[in-house]
Design a protein around this ligand. Structure first.
Ligand code: MG
Length: 361
């Protein structure tokens, strides 16, 4: 028996009846021989970590565009926080940690540069619209290249968790697995809390500004609030499963009210507040102009995107190309294309070198 099979049997023995067993996965779009060592979800997690779109998350915006300090979250550190919170909740519920980790690490690979500002402008420019969760699926199934094929050929359970990770309304579509539901909630737990922390760091918010009724329920410090949300979600979900068999992952009503209240407060004061709005206007301008530029100059895009243009149309390819850019790369490309660069110092340097040469002779 190979090691992968041993791991699958171990899962059958120890995981909750509500967990997805790797051996029961609905599989990949294109059949592959199973790995001798790793379960299918371990393979998926590794493919995501080794992808280029995952590495680019390090220079993509979380809330603050290209922040100057090293302590601000980026899309990559947000992703790692979501993965860590998801794993803690999933471990306490005896769910499949490899599946949870694969979904968490992949969930935001479709985010554009400049976060929601980038998403808004691409949504207006691309026929059919643009949403970051749908774009994560696009990146994972089409844009990423793996073993000479389009996409990473991930399992259906991972793709389902990624597609349905966003939104926080009762009538939003939900992931079909408990592992997907864990990541969906952990995303909110992570971003609401770390965005509060970053907003205080940036001087946009003071602890006193936050409605005290929510802090009284969740805690005064960042770590207290995360601990309350995680612990409460674990106990409440276990209670729901035991009492009614309801396949939900959610905190108790009082804690959920505080989390939703804080999220709403963050939308009103920070995400759509004056500082982020001003940055958003600049980001909007940059992406709009790059979009126009690449429609005129498709030859400037990498070959993968030129192939997409041939097969699925130019606007789709340009949206794929721009959405993949990091903030830093996007700004640097914009500068190269649209900002005049004085060549005088370079020319002067050349003249000086020439003079030196003449002197030598
Ligand atoms: Mg996220």
């Amino acid at each position: 028996m190979n090691i992968r099979r041993e791991l699958e049997i171990k899962e059958e023995k120890i995981l909750s009846p509500y967990a997805v067993l790797a051996a029961n996965s609905e599989g990949r779009h294109i059949y592959e021989e199973p790995d001798p060592i790793r379960t299918c979800f371990m393979v998926d997690r590794d493919r995501v970590v080794h992808s280029k779109s995952f590495r680019r998350l390090k220079h993509k915006t979380q809330v603050f565009i290209a922040p100057p300090g090293d302590h601000y979250r980026s899309r990559l550190t947000h992703t790692l926080e979501v993965s860590q919170i998801s794993r803690t909740i999933a471990a306490a519920l005896n769910l499949n940690l490899d599946l949870v980790e694969a979904i968490a690490l992949a969930h935001d690979v479709g985010h554009t540069p400049f976060a929601h500002a980038g998403e808004q402008v691409l949504n207006e420019l691309l026929p059919g619209g643009f949403k970051h969760n749908e774009n994560s699926i696009r990146v994972l199934t089409r844009v990423e290249q793996h073993k000479g094929r389009n996409g990473l050929n991930l399992t259906k359970e991972v793709l389902d968790g990624v597609l349905y990770h966003s939104g926080y309304d009762d009538n939003d579509m939900m992931p079909s697995t408990m592992e997907g539901k864990v990541v969906r909630l952990s995303d909110k737990i992570a971003y609401v809390q770390h965005d509060i922390d970053d907003s205080i760091r940036a001087g946009l918010l003071r602890l006193e500004d936050i409605p005290q009724e929510y802090l009284e329920v969740l805690g005064k410090t960042h770590s207290q609030r995360i601990a309350t949300l995680v612990t409460d979600t674990i106990y409440n979900t276990r209670k729901l499963l035991k009492e009614s068999g309801e396949l939900k992952v959610e905190p108790s009503k009082e804690v959920e009210k505080a989390l939703k209240g804080l999220r709403k407060f963050m939308f009103e004061t920070v995400y759509t507040g004056p500082v982020c709005q001003a940055e958003r206007t600049r980001a909007y301008f940059i992406i709009e102009h790059l979009f126009k530029y690449y429609l005129k100059h498709p030859e400037k895009m990498s070959p993968v995107y030129q192939k997409i243009a041939e097969e699925e149309g130019l606007k789709r390819a340009v949206a794929d190309y721009i959405s993949g850019m990091s903030d830093a790369y996007c700004i640097s490309v914009f500068k190269d294309i649209y900002i005049p660069q004085s060549l005088v110092p370079e020319a002067f340097k050349l003249q000086e070198e020439k003079k030196e040469d003449i002197n030598k002779n």
